[in-house]
Design a protein around this ligand. Structure first.
Ligand code: SAH
Ligand code: SF4
Length: 393
């Protein structure tokens, strides 16, 4: 016996499941019965609960697959129950999080239930305002581990006859650095025979992995692509998104433009608004010039406080002013209110604090370094010093 855990059944394609059924001398319709049990209303968490199967087959199935790869989950509520943060402990002890947000019906729009899920444990990109970035990289998630976050949320909703309406890959990790598995997971989430959520209701957010964006463009529209831009000037973006050293702003926006042109789908840009750092008039103008005339939409998100940074969210009037500059340039702009702050459950704030708080002196040193690093960037100079965190080189 190997130590490797059994594969998660939700990571199997319909063809793989059919092949397994065939290899076990079972009639083909068993595959349909198993799939129904795995996917309906979030599905069962144990082979034993696949009631349509004879006992012998249930046993064989349970010895071959795990029916839930995020079974060790703890839920915390925020925003008067409108936000549910799930902390999942995976088989190897890795901690990841997903956040379910409920939005009541308003005017013509129906009620929504949006899940923000993780694609990796930790993240290698190391954006300094992000709690996950501070953790560093743990590992890539398996397809089933990604999909099972959605099945778990769907199961909770289904008890009240509700269903997930939207999925955003904005939890822990950089989805485009785990792209094969993320694509397989999106296919499962999208497939009407499996999770069955329309491609238009799935958003994948990236910090700007250009080869990944180009690969997605070649594949055609799979989901809405969101780009975490945060700054239009390289000097500042080098600090806020260390990956910018490898793929600078112009290359990221070029790739995003090609994606919009080829797929006909609007690109959505995210800007986390950090007081006195990326919210100046100069930054607003630079962003307006960069995106003028594009088929794009900008979301401005007040930064959630994160312990190891000296930074705070921009004040609302500053965000409003920033938004006006963009709108005056004809760029659709939304200001997004954050959810779940009191339990550290806002998207991008997922850091499984169980891993232990960093000691106070380390936090102080980190904050000091960020101030120094951003000082030159704020003056508009691009530093050639190696950054303290980042990917590769
Ligand atoms: N790695 C991907 C997806 C996960 S992060 C990416 O960066 O796009 C999801 C979003 O949360 C990103 O737009 C990220 O910039 C944002 N985010 C991270 N930390 C944040 C914070 N402290 N406050 C507000 N938004 C934050
Ligand atoms: Fe990684 Fe996204 Fe956080 Fe940056 S913002 S560290 S890319 S999870």
């Amino acid at each position: 016996m190997s130590d490797r855990p059994l594969p998660g059944i939700s990571g199997l394609t319909p063809d793989e499941l059919a092949a397994w059924v065939l290899a076990h001398g079972q009639p083909a319709y068993r595959a349909r019965q198993i799939a129904d049990a795995v996917w309906k209303d979030g599905g069962v968490t144990d082979a034993e609960h696949v009631r349509t199967l004879p006992q012998g087959l249930r046993d064989t199935l349970g010895e071959a697959f795990r029916f839930d790869t995020v079974s060790d989950t703890e839920i915390r509520l925020a925003d008067g129950g409108q936000t549910e943060k799930a902390l999942h402990r995976l088989d190897d002890g890795a901690l990841i999080e997903s956040v379910l947000m409920h939005y009541p019906a308003r005017g013509a729009s129906r009620e929504r239930h949006t899940l923000c899920l993780s694609s990796q444990a930790g993240c290698a990109v190391g954006c300094p305002f992000c709690a996950t970035g501070e953790l560093g990289f743990g590992r890539d998630l398996e397809v089933a581990e990604i999909v099972d976050q959605a099945r778990a949320a769907e199961r909770r909703l289904a008890t009240d006859g509700r269903h997930l309406t939207n999925i955003v890959f904005m939890g822990m990790g950089e989805p485009l650095l785990n792209l094969d598995r993320v694509l397989a997971a999106v296919e499962a989430l999208n497939d009407p025979r499996r999770f069955g959520l329309g491609a238009r209701h799935i958003t994948v957010s990236t910090s700007g992995v250009v080869p990944g964006i180009r690969r997605l463009t070649a594949l055609g529209p799979q989901f809405t692509l969101a780009i975490s831009l945060h700054a239009a000037r390289d000097a500042l973006r080098d600090v806020l998104v260390p990956l910018n050293r490898r793929w600078p702003v112009a290359e990221v926006v070029d790739a995003a433009r090609d994606h919009a042109r080829t797929t006909g789908r609007r690109i959505s840009y995210e800007v986390t608004m950090i007081g006195g750092v990326n919210d100046t008039d100069r930054d607003a103008t630079a962003l307006a010039e960069l995106l003028r005339g594009d088929h794009a939409h900008v979301n401005l998100i007040p930064m959630n406080p994160v312990a190891h940074t000296p930074w705070q969210a921009s004040p609302m009037p500053t965000i409003e002013r920033f938004a006006s500059t963009l709108r005056d340039a004809g760029i659709g702009t939304t200001i997004r209110r954050n959810r779940g702050q009191e339990v550290g459950a806002a998207c991008g704030q997922l850091a499984a604090e169980r891993t232990g708080e960093p000691p106070a002196p380390a936090v102080a040193r980190r904050r000091e370094r960020l101030v120094t690093e951003s000082a030159a960037a704020l003056r508009g100079e691009r530093s050639h010093e190696p950054l303290t965190a980042g990917v590769g080189d």
